[in-house]
Design a protein around this ligand. Structure first.
Ligand code: SME
Length: 160
């Protein structure tokens, strides 16, 4: 695995993602432990993109259970269809929320969160986990984040 992360100095998000994604591939190469790999992936995302909160919720016993994350403490369990994460699980798709206050049923784990993107990873066509990224700014995520983070989800799917 790579021991050091090279972070693009550019303020351009696309460039930062472009530098990061091949490094994520290298980071997980040769490691088979799922928790170790997810931990490093969310740490690399936090370090590179400086997200307010980034982490995974894993489907376990019909709930989403908090997994590796970086940021303030968070809710540990989310039910199917609840909040942005539970909705992404139910609808089996990425959900982009420009203003969390305007999302019915949004779960406020931290009152500083203002916008959010949640992406599912699939195993045998079922959602196995979701990646949740929160920002303390309104409208902070766009299609570039979605496209880049969906690439990360495809890497995660090979690991779970
Ligand atoms: N806001 C999420 C809950 C998870 S925390 O933000 C870390 C939701 O509505 O599903």
């Amino acid at each position: 695995m790579a021991e050091e992360l090279t972070i693009a100095t550019s303020q351009d998000k696309q460039e930062r993602y472009a530098t990061l994604i091949p490094q994520i591939e290298a980071l997980v190469e040769g490691e088979t432990d799922v928790i170790a790999n997810l931990s490093n992936i969310v740490a690399a995302l936090k370090q590179t993109m400086n997200f307010f909160w980034v982490g995974v919720y894993v489907v376990k016993e019909n709930q989403l259970v908090l997994g590796p994350f970086q940021g303030p403490i968070a809710c540990t369990r989310i039910n199917f269809g609840k909040g942005v994460c539970g909705t992404s699980w139910k609808e089996k798709k990425t959900i982009l929320v420009a203003d969390v206050e305007a999302f019915p049923g949004h779960i406020a784990c931290n009152s500083a969160s203002q916008s959010e993107i949640v992406l599912p990873a699939f195993k045998n066509e079922e959602v196995a986990l979701v990646l949740d990224v929160d920002s303390d700014k309104l409208n902070d995520f766009d299609n570039h984040d979605q496209n880049a983070l969906e690439k990360v989800m495809r890497i995660i799917e090979r690991l779970i």
